[in-house]
Design a protein around this ligand. Sequence first.
Ligand code: 5GP
Ligand code: ZN
Length: 114
Amino acid sequence: MTDDCIFCKIVAGEIPAEIVHESDTTVAFRDMSPQAPTHVLVIPRSHYPNAAALAAGEPATAAHLFDAARAIAEQAGLDKGYRLVLNTGEDAHQTVFHVHMHLLGGRPMGWPPG
Ligand code: 5GP
Ligand code: ZN
């Protein structure tokens, strides 16, 4: 738990969120500013600032994020596909420095991303 981290507070239940999936190592909840019909954030319970730090510190948990995303996509019926995004750093528009995987689906996505 990192005291000033909003996502640590969601993991701890100190800030409300619409949780859609949980495991021993991960929590997933709806993004408060959805960019697609399904927009879920999948995060590790442990605090790591970005995907590289998580992969180095808890590689099994990094894989669990992908397992959770698959389960959520199945549950949401995203059989036409979905996008997983891990914004890392300022240029990528990372605004919350507790690693989170965006799961976006329910509409066709453009490419290249903005
Ligand atoms: P980033 O820009 O860091 O990749 O994504 C951060 C995401 O977290 C944004 O899409 C933003 O809407 C979402 N977000 C920020 N604070 C909260 C919050 O308190 N609750 C929820 N549900 N989503 C949040
Ligand atoms: Zn945190």
